[in-house]
Ligand binder design. Sequence first.
Ligand SMILES: *[C@@H]1O[C@H](CO)[C@@H](O)[C@H](O)[C@H]1NC(C)=O
Ligand SMILES: *[C@@H]1O[C@H](CO)[C@@H](O)[C@H](O)[C@H]1NC(C)=O
Length: 546
Amino acid sequence: MMLSSYINTLFATSAIMSSLALGAADHWIVTQLQTLTISRMDPIVNPNDVSGHVHRVVGASNFNWHLNDPQTQLNAACSSTIIGDDKSNYWAPQLYYRHPNNTFTPVLGGVRVYYFNKNKDVQPFPPGLNMISGLAMKRDLTATQSLGIKISCDHGLQTQWLPNGTSHPGGCGSISMGIYFPSCGLANGATSSSDHFSHMAWPQSYDGPNLVDDPNGIVCPSSHPIKYPTIFAEFNYYLDADHPWRNDECTLVLSNGDCTGNNFHADFVNGWVPQTLKDAIAQCGYGKGPGDNLDACAPLKKTKSEPNSWECRLDGKIPDEEVGLWRPISQLPGCNPLWKNGVTQKPGCSSTPKPGYVFPNAYFENLKFRNKIPVALAELKDNADITTFIPSVGDTGAGRLGWWGSEGSNKNQLTKGNWQAIIDSLAPGTNPPAIGNMITLTTSQTEDEENTVETQDHEASADTDDGTQSEANTPPVLAADPPASESTTPATTAVEAEGAESTSAKYCKRKKRGLLPRAGDALSSHLSRRSRRRSIHGQQISVYVL
Ligand SMILES: *[C@@H]1O[C@H](CO)[C@@H](O)[C@H](O)[C@H]1NC(C)=O
Ligand SMILES: *[C@@H]1O[C@H](CO)[C@@H](O)[C@H](O)[C@H]1NC(C)=O
């Protein structure tokens, strides 16, 4: 079976499920966002420069060190979102894992972007509109810019805080770094402002008789009367066996050094094909939102393609520095010492080297999240360097390096990953199986979780006592598509948060006993909102040959 048709089948299944979800009518969700780059680039705040800290960027392939003019943005070769006509870019500080020896590795995951249309007068974004939500450099939770931050552990309660050892002593398997963007614009249609925020304002909702700012509110204040769609961008991250939860301070840290989450922020540049966004708002906007089921929205369905999103690569150059994908780094790129809780002022440095921009020579591929992230690694000289290197084999899937292709190439010139080779490389000595078959491998490494079908969960699932998972009837889901709630808003309930805690605790208990996580533990249980899969080391696994 072709990769794309297998995946499409999976997507159709999950889409049907989500269309049954309550309250989807006020939004659509752009899913499957593949990471274009993890690098110090920020064309809004630091144009023509390297940015102060590392961002994880998704969207249009022609993301650059300066903002593109709107027409150039639309001319991007591809989008790393599931909607080809969404040539926007979305970026946020990368979440890092701090190892016990004080080195740092980027945490991997997927991205979802919600578009809420909560009244009938929502207007499409003007071409070139760009904005920021959150405060990168100043710690002030009472500032209006901080209002949109919604961080959660295992899709539980949303706060402005990264989960930490005090708030989540039982640990977390997944961390959702969510943020709303302001959605009310000036009457003159301004697309930017010097602080990148004040041309926009929060919408409002009634709290009793009073209108109050509400990041997902319904009406706009008179100062900023134009209601645009409300964007909620969710950058999801997954811990794994190589990056296990620890209760120490600053186990999780944002690329700007922030250990609290208070300085989470995100940036957006509109690159929607204007007619598509207009049609989507008209046909799938207020009262007609399809949620995850984009096939139910003709304007979005028109250019919907998971394979295109996964294959979309960054065009052009990246800063010439390691960000931790190849091996852990000893400090966060830029001047970003740990910025702990209780410290108002961001700590500084005496000097900070500034890299130049270079064409990437290789990509870091993560099998589960479909990421092919460009890297510039002068130390890679020949094929042996590439093929022998497997930097991370954990519950979030194996990673590996591949050559990027000729310098400055667009996606059509790149060497594409060969899934057969990947499967073979994970199971040395296994005879090449027939395409389309499901095979069982015994491996000392990890499987491509995406393509895994349960083989030995019956015993394991009997051991889950939360009773919430139905093993047999749940289809596999897309790995890059995090297990977000399918409710009206991305917010989930305290009940869910509690459930997550207890499964996390189980995960940790098994970890302490030196056992691997199993179905019902944090990682597998959060993956199983819509499905159940396992990650297994040194055991039998089943994979589809694509
Ligand atoms: C620090 O720990 C990481 C994770 O275990 C390991 O990969 C790395 O080699 C260690 N670095 C040093 C300098 O010990
Ligand atoms: C942990 O998070 C809570 C909020 O969930 C916060 O009140 C507390 O100060 C944080 N502690 C540390 C050490 O960051």
